[in-house]
Write a protein that binds this ligand. Structure first.
Ligand code: NOJ
Length: 550
């Protein structure tokens, strides 16, 4: 397997710009704020930043509805601030990757405005259909955010497809002109010096020929007919061949409902490779079925099976993207850890993934153990998906239950401003914040954790630093132990001259210490732990330990 690609040696930090840091006092996170915090990001040991969309956008889906792909939104500081950040990041040896959102645009994008008026060459830039006799929709597919996947457009007198919000019409990737536009966008940013792309739901861009009805799926109808569709490999190869392969850049593809076998058809290293890493969802489904809105009790066995499946099946062929949090899911301590054992479980959840093979991503606020936001009223939510869920699902349930459902599933749970200090608005802005600040900011904030050597923040720094210093983390073999345990996640990484043992307890009660046969603990060094002393018999609540044998 190729060892030289730069992304294999780095840890990335994800910035969701609106809530990261406001630099000009207007209440909205921006690139001046990012610029101020570049040293902070570097101090975590991160060697790269992934920016969620920074482009001009009406904000129907917080930037994932793009109105202009070749500019930076004025509220984020425009192109000037972006170039400053890019340069500042590069000076600190941090790479910068952009979000490429080309399954859909905003309905306010010029292409859509022209397409709905049938102005050439934009006429077929989107997926337009006349509808079926009797006023029926063109097919039975669902939107993942708002009802059905079709909305009638008065101007054109046809339906357009939107797999996400009504204000996010899907592009027609089968049109070669659209693919040329994508290539122009890629080239534009790469020529400016960005280092790669996170490609938003890219596996959705090729829809089944003829857009047939879906008779299989009970919900999210259509997903089997547009995910990994008929021309997906052709289109991704075209982007590779014509643009990406000419730059030393990285690509991450977001792919709902993907497994390692399908992933390998995109990411297997070699001349046919289309994508460097896949963003999978299996490790996000240990407490739900497919979506956060279909909750299940947390199952460590499910989580472990997902971790191990990706580690084992990609090994030697392709590279993993590792993450616990991003802007689309509630906070991980609130889900897989324990708010009661906040500090312990926050650290344990860091250790459980940071020593796997792949490139880890840390989502803003994760490094200080930010928790789910739980507003007192449903009116306080901003997210389009959350609002639709509230208005259309579980409507007969008692008010409290409906609200709790959102607490557990909403993306807004993890979108509150980063808590920088215990001052006003958690130090996020000197103005009026665009969104609510989690009330726990007096207890959970960066400034306080900087001062405390035992903080979650310092634990992340240490774990990342260790990861970078140990070749076995990057290239060693992965083996899971005690698979049947519903309380303990244990794996070893074995390299030529080093072996690492990672033990993580997911239990709120002490557990008997178990060491895999063959690992001689007495000869190993404990290099990381979330408790002060090493107990010889048991693992304490949410304890994690990392031992090194060399
Ligand atoms: C995935 C993104 O991560 C999410 O935030 C967005 O809403 C959808 N794709 C649609 O672009």
């Amino acid at each position: 397997m190729e060892k030289t690609r730069w992304y294999k040696d780095r840890v990335f930090y994800q910035i969701w710009p609106r809530s990261f840091k406001d630099g000009n006092g207007d209440g909205m996170g921006d690139l001046w704020g990012v610029y101020e915090k570049l040293d902070y990001i570097k101090s975590l040991g991160c060697g790269g930043i992934w920016f969620s969309p920074l482009y001009p956008s009406p904000g129907a889906d917080c930037g994932y509805d793009i109105a202009d792909y070749m500019d930076i939104a004025p509220e984020f500081g425009g192109m000037e601030a972006f170039q400053k950040v890019l340069e500042g990041a590069h000076q600190r040896d941090m790479k910068v990757i952009m979000d490429l959102v080309v399954n859909h645009t905003s309905d306010e994008h010029e292409w859509f405005q022209k397409s709905r008026q049938r102005i050439a060459p934009y006429t077929d830039y989107y997926i337009w259909r006349p509808g079926k006799p009797g006023g029926k929709l063109p097919n039975n597919w669902d939107s993942l955010f708002e009802g059905k996947a079709w909305t009638w457009d008065e101007v054109r007198g046809e339906y357009y497809m939107h797999l996400f919000a009504i204000k996010q019409p899907d592009l027609n990737m089968d049109n070669p002109l659209v693919r040329e536009e994508v290539k122009k966008i890629l080239k534009f940013w790469l020529d400016m010096g960005v280092d790669g792309f996170r490609e938003d739901v890219i596996t959705f861009v090729s829809k089944a020929e003829g857009l047939p009805n879906d008779y299989l799926m009970p919900a999210s109808k259509g997903i089997g007919l547009y995910n990994h569709g008929p021309h997906i490999h052709e289109y991704l190869s075209e982007f590779q061949r014509d643009v990406l392969s000419h730059y030393d850049c990285v690509t991450l593809a977001e792919a709902p409902m993907v497994n390692p076998k399908i992933t390998l058809t995109y990411t297997t290293e070699g001349p046919e490779q289309e994508i460097d890493m896949m963003i999978q969802f299996e490790t996000q489904c240990a407490d739900c079925l497919f979506s956060d809105y279909m909750p299940m009790p947390f199952s460590l066995r499910k989580l472990k099976a997902a971790f191990s499946s990706w580690q084992n099946k990609l090994r030697g062929k392709s590279w993993n993207m590792l993450y616990m949090e991003n802007h689309d899911h509630p906070r991980i301590i609130s889900r897989y850890g324990s708010e009661q054992f906040w500090k312990e479980s926050g650290k344990m959840l860091a250790a459980c993934y940071l020593f796997q093979q792949g490139t880890p991503f840390v989502y803003q606020g994760q490094e200080i153990g930010m928790l789910n936001w739980r507003p007192e009223s449903p009116e306080m939510y901003e997210d389009v998906q959350t609002i639709w869920q509230y208005e259309h699902k579980a409507v007969n349930k008692p008010a409290k239950k409906r609200l709790q459902r959102l607490w557990r599933a909403s993306r807004d749970s993890a979108r509150t401003p980063v808590q920088w200090d215990d001052g006003e608005n958690a130090g996020f802005t000197t103005g009026k914040p665009w969104f609510y600040v989690n009330e726990n900011y007096r207890q959970i904030n960066v400034a306080q954790q900087e001062e405390d050597p035992d903080s979650i923040l310092h634990f992340y720094r240490k774990a990342i630093q260790l990861r970078k210093s140990l070749p076995v983390v990057r290239y060693g073999d992965y083996q899971e132990h005690f698979k049947g345990s519903g309380k303990l996640y244990c794996y070893t990484r074995t390299g030529e001259n080093q072996q690492l043992l990672v033990l993580c307890s997911f239990a709120g009660k002490p557990q008997k210490l178990r060491i895999p046969a063959g690992f001689i603990r007495e000869k190993a060094r404990l290099i990381l732990c979330n408790y002060q002393s090493e107990d010889q018999r048991e693992l304490r609540p949410y304890e994690c330990r990392v031992y090194l044998l060399d």
